[in-house]
Design a protein around this ligand. Structure first.
Ligand code: ADP
Ligand code: MG
Ligand code: ZN
Length: 478
């Protein structure tokens, strides 16, 4: 009997606000432990939380970007649990009245576009971090509360996902949107974008979902894929051996490539949720939502479609070029300066991205700016340099920041396109090779290549091949 996997994802995204969700401490990653804390985020008695308005705006923007309904009224709630990195003994989150509900995200799968339902988006604060066996403290655990109170949104999907690949496609697309909106840096290693995957299996064709296991805090796309794939196989194995999958929380061991049981899954009632008495309900009125809607940038999907229809480039190119807003902007600027769209796409996806990746440079810091890309494309088109020489010029621009014309001149890369000069070289070559000329005229067409080679040799490789070919053909057949 075949089994069908059912997957639902919960993503925590850290919002790029300057300060934390309920106090003025910096929300920056990476400070010395416990330097970004105050009585509020340390959970001292008698302190009161004050909601960060910017964080609310960011959360609303995300809600709008994935088509959620933004609730005019939402309610913060206390989620009670004891953990050493949670000084208050509870986390301020949202529970049965979240900020936003009922959105969706369309992903590309091998079987076409598929819509993944988004159940809810709510706001919550992050906990601190435990450091185990840190330097100077082997056998001990330390706590760093810099992260305690930083703003998160949690984005929960419907159980609509059916394979590890769909899960990864959803996550990549979601992350892209967050980064486009400028509300999250999407850094998975630093935990700004992390994912819990809920996985179950059911007999193919069955209506009822199986019992799910929750895989916690997976911090790379590859691990998400591997963890879910492993978990599906594990649960199928349990079923086939007549066992029952337990509802539990499991951790992915990325070294061994397996998931291991961490604890039995807590139920909502274990958390004793109740409305946060220190905060009034959050009211986001329709006018404010409308105002935020006007600030949304063009989103990746819309940009991709526009690139294909406006510039006539393949969907694949559009996908690569819009993978970041900066890269898309870079490309578009070159095109607006006159570069032919597909040629510009080849340059940006090829030479530009290769050099940037090689040097680990972000596109917005690229030493070669779009005007230089447009210029070099123009030079190739005008026959000033060959496309091979152009690549060399480009690499040189990249390392020296010099203008393309300057490099072409100093490296002597100017292509010879002058027809009179080329014609003179051709005449000389023909004159010097009467035997081959006779053979060519008697039908040895292959000797054309010989003549091209001789002309190129005479021109030290710098003659424009298109011009050489054309004039040579004329002269040989006359
Ligand atoms: P919790 O915090 O208890 O995990 P949430 O409602 O935040 O609950 O998240 C539940 C997630 O699990 C959702 O993404 C949902 O789609 C998914 N889910 C629920 N039931 C199943 C199931 N049987 N199999 C797989 N995923 C499931
Ligand atoms: Mg969960
Ligand atoms: Zn603080």
């Amino acid at each position: 009997m075949g089994f069908e996997p059912v997957i639902g994802l919960e993503v925590h995204a850290q919002l790029l606000t300057a300060s934390k969700l309920f106090c003025g401490c910096p929300a920056k990653f990476g400070g010395e432990p416990n330097t970004q804390v105050c009585p509020v985020c340390l959970g001292m008695p008698g302190t009161l939380p004050v909601l960060n308005a910017k964080a609310v705006d960011y959360a609303v923007k995300m809600a709008l970007a994935v088509g959620c309904k933004v609730n005019e009224k939402s309610v913060f709630a206390r989620k009670n649990y004891f953990y050493p990195d949670l000084p208050k003994g509870y986390q301020i989150s949202q529970y049965n009245e979240p900020l936003a509900v009922a959105g969706h995200l369309d992903i590309e799968t091998t079987a076409g576009t598929k819509r993944i339902g988004i159940t809810r988006i709510h706001m919550e604060e992050d906990a601190g971090k435990l450091l185990h066996d840190a330097a100077g403290g082997a056998g001990y655990s330390f706590v760093d509360l810099n992260r305690a109170g930083t703003p998160l949104i949690e984005i929960v999907t419907e159980p609509d996902i059916r394979s590890p690949d769909e899960a990864v496609a959803y996550l990549k697309s979601l992350r892209e949107i967050l980064v486009y909106l400028g509300i999250c840096d999407g850094n998975m290693e630093e935990g700004s974008f992390r994912c819990d995957a809920n996985v179950s299996v059911r007999p193919a064709g069955a209506e009822k979902f199986g019992t799910r296991a929750e895989l916690k805090n997976i911090n790379s796309f590859k691990f998400v894929k591997d963890a879910i794939a492993y978990e599906i196989e594990r649960q199928i194995g349990v079923n086939e051996n007549g066992g029952l999958v337990k509802q539990e929380t499991r951790l992915f061991d990325s070294v061994k490539g397996v998931t291991v049981s961490m604890r039995s899954k807590e139920e909502a009632h274990d958390y004793r949720y109740f409305p946060e008495p220190d905060l009034p309900p959050l009211i986001v009125d329709a006018a404010h939502v409308e105002k935020l809607k006007t600030t949304l940038p063009e989103l990746p999907q819309a940009k991709r479609e526009r690139f294909v229809s406006n510039y006539g480039i393949p969907a694949y190119d559009a996908g690569v070029l819009t993978s970041s807003k900066d890269l898309a902007g870079y490309y578009e600027e070159a095109v607006k300066l006159g570069a032919e769209p597909k040629t510009a796409s080849n340059w940006v996806m090829g030479t530009v991205l290769m050099l940037l990746n090689e040097k680990g440079i972000d596109v917005k810091d690229s030493p070669v700016k779009p005007p230089a890309v447009a210029k070099i494309i123009e030079m190739v088109k005008a026959g000033v340099v060959s496309s091979t020489a152009a690549k060399e010029v480009f690499a040189e621009m990249f390392s020296t920041g010099k203008a393309p014309e300057e490099i072409v001149k100093s490296k002597g890369l100017t292509q010879l396109s002058n027809e009179t000069d080329i014609a003179a070289m051709i005449d000389a070559v023909i004159k010097a090779n009467p035997d081959n000329l006779a053979k060519y005229k008697s039908g040895k067409d292959k000797l054309f290549g010989f003549f091209v080679g001789e002309v190129m040799k005479a021109a030290k490789g710098k003659a424009n091949p298109a011009v050489v070919n054309r004039i040579l053909k004329e002269k040989l057949s006359s």
